[in-house]
Write a protein of this length. Structure first.
Lengths: 282, 308
């Protein structure tokens, strides 16, 4: 029936469920709808991302999962006409409140993009950029760069060529550089928007291993097209789908089901989730 | 019932004749060749009279002489006065045009809303369409006579390199702004997003990521601006003055290289005479200067650019 092996994810989820007392979510969506001008992209989303958890957002193309992810650190602000209704809160603070500085939000909630996007600078300067623009007072930028690259499992590969252009790295290395760059500003949450979709399977595995390691220090939210990946890395999974409007035909994303990854993959409550997971749709 | 056409035994893969293809290719090849032919022709047209000129006037005397009086009985061919006037007008033009042009470009590319940009850019480009003779009169009549002399009460005559240079600066703002705006807009949005996601504000993103990434296009824009300033004729012929003398301050008048050519080429010098050949020697120098600026800028771009 279902070709995806979820035993590992299930076992992990079980141990964690048992060990964890209730903690309020780090990121919480309450009745969130997102518009691009008049177009309703995502409608009435409710879920939360817990501390030191990996939450996967899955679903077919156009279901709004990336839109939701980008609203978590106000990246949608860069798109003219984008608008969020409802409340997205970070430790209980509404990040879309008029008093909130989007730049402060982004410093705490970092983001890794679908296509690796290193700056056209040296490897060193790519890492040092974030601490510099945020005015970090550090004793040694060299140490900070090394620490970030080490955490991103890239240090050994690049330590002899820190002054070389980041564009000389392979795609997988560039993506780990982007993760290191994000870590360097010491965020609490890391958002990942299909971070492996431009990478080969080996580079993908390295990024997934890295996510497991980062999990103890960071809250991670990942958008992925790859269901096996969600099953492998995520503690919680949110399944989105797109529904066409009866009259206009506009496709709007909705959250169908949210729960522990093992439950979503093994005993989905909603028929649409089951169809998607088992490959009958999408 | 469906009728099936019989499948041929062998697929027909033989060369086809495509006369349209050939015609188009020929036209483009001619167009490409013409640009080279014309360039070579211009260089030759400059070189041949210049060689004659330098057979009569030593290169040293031409390049380092400080008195320019080609039409006097007691003729002298030191080009330094013309160079000083060109240097002053160009420097003044760039002093105004680079900050304003780049500022406008950064604003349009990184800060302005879609709609503002849509209005601003065409308006700016209209500036580039104003005939330079109009700029020239604007410089003489308004900037020199009204602004500098009447309003600021400055000690200056009917002409000055300041008014010519300032108006020339206004003229090249659109060149610099438009081309560098194109270069900055061409920087992928993923870099802006990456920078924003690290907590950088728009100014930091513009200055530290977008500007360096677009540097080769920006330098190209500035170089084009410099070339236009060095080669601009009508504004300086009208507003800088016709007296070839070493210019020591912005309020002085002086004749630039292009100003001399425009002035001397009005038709009273005999073909083949030394005076006639002088025009080409100055023209050649102008050409070499522009070429030098281009070579230097390419070197700068190679050294500093951050290719994306």
């Amino acid at each position: 029936m279902n070709p995806i092996d979820t035993t590992e994810a299930a076992a992990r989820a079980d141990t964690f469920e048992a060990a964890r007392e209730y903690r309020p979510p780090v990121l919480d969506c309450d009745s969130v709808s997102i518009f691009y001008d008049d177009f309703l992209a995502v409608h009435d989303v409710n879920f939360g991302c817990g501390d030191n958890e990996i939450t996967a957002l899955i679903g077919p193309s156009g279901c709004g999962k990336s839109t939701v992810l980008r609203s978590f650190n106000r990246m949608n602000d860069l798109i003219e006409g984008a608008r969020v209704e409802g409340t997205i809160s970070y430790h209980g603070e509404d990040i879309y409140h008029s008093d909130v500085d989007a730049i402060e939000v982004r410093r705490r909630i970092g983001m890794v993009f679908q296509k690796p996007n290193p700056f056209p600078k040296s490897i060193y300067d790519n890492i040092a950029y974030g601490p510099r623009v945020n005015g970090f007072k550090v004793d040694s930028m060299d140490d900070l760069v090394e620490e970030a690259l080490t955490k991103a499992a890239l240090w050994d590969e690049v330590k002899d060529k820190l002054k070389q252009s980041a564009f000389g790295l392979s795609g997988g290395q560039q993506q780990r550089l982007c993760i290191a760059r994000t870590i360097a500003v010491r965020p609490e949450v890391i958002l990942m928007d299909e971070p492996c979709s431009a990478l080969d399977p080996i580079a993908t595995l390295r990024i997934e291993d890295l996510m497991h390691e980062l999990r103890s220090d960071y809250t991670i939210v990942i958008v992925t097209h790859n269901m096996q990946q969600a099953a492998r890395v995520a503690d919680k999974t949110a399944f989105f789908t797109a529904e066409a409007h009866e009259v206009t035909g506009d496709r709007t994303g909705v959250l169908v089901e949210f729960g522990d990854t093992a439950q979503i993959f093994e005993s989905p409550v909603d028929k649409r989730t089951e169809d998607y997971i088992s490959g009958r749709f999408g | 019932m469906t009728t099936q056409t019989a499948r041929p035994d062998r697929p027909d893969l033989r060369q086809r004749r495509r006369p349209g293809d050939l015609a188009v290719r020929t036209i483009f090849r001619i167009a490409a060749a013409l640009t080279i032919v014309i360039t070579v022709g211009i260089v030759l047209a400059l070189l041949i009279p210049s060689i004659e000129f330098f057979s009569e006037v030593p290169v040293n005397e031409f390049l380092f002489g400080t008195r320019w009086a080609p039409r006097f009985a007691d003729a002298s061919f030191g080009v330094v006065p013309l160079i000083t006037a060109t240097a002053w007008t160009t420097a003044i033009a760039l002093f105004f045009a680079i900050p304003l042009g780049l500022g406008a470009a950064v604003f349009m590319s990184e800060f302005a809303h879609r709609r503002t940009r849509k209005v601003l850019k065409p308006v700016l480009e209209v500036l580039a369409g104003i005939p330079t003779v109009v700029y020239g009169y604007f410089a003489v009549q308004f900037i020199q006579a009204t602004v500098l002399r009447d309003w600021f009460d400055l000690d200056t005559g009917s002409f000055s390199v300041l008014s010519a240079g300032f108006v020339m600066g206004i003229m090249i703002i659109p060149t610099i702004a438009s081309i560098s705006e194109d270069a900055m807009s061409a920087v992928p949005n993923s870099l802006r997003q990456g920078s924003a996601a690290l907590g950088a504000n728009r100014r930091q993103t513009a200055v530290k990521v977008i500007f360096p990434a677009a540097l080769s296009g920006i330098i190209a824009a500035v170089v084009l601006g410099i070339s236009r300033a060095v080669g601009e004729t009508m504004i300086v012929a009208l507003a800088a003055g016709q007296q070839a003398r070493i210019v020591e301050g912005p309020l002085e008048a002086g004749q630039t290289m292009t100003g001399f050519i425009a002035n001397a080429a009005l038709g009273d010098s005999r073909v083949g005479s030394l005076e006639y050949n002088t025009l080409f020697a100055v023209g050649l120098l102008l050409f070499l200067l522009t070429l030098l600026i281009n070579v230097i800028s390419i070197a700068i771009v190679r050294k500093f650019r951050e290719a994306y």
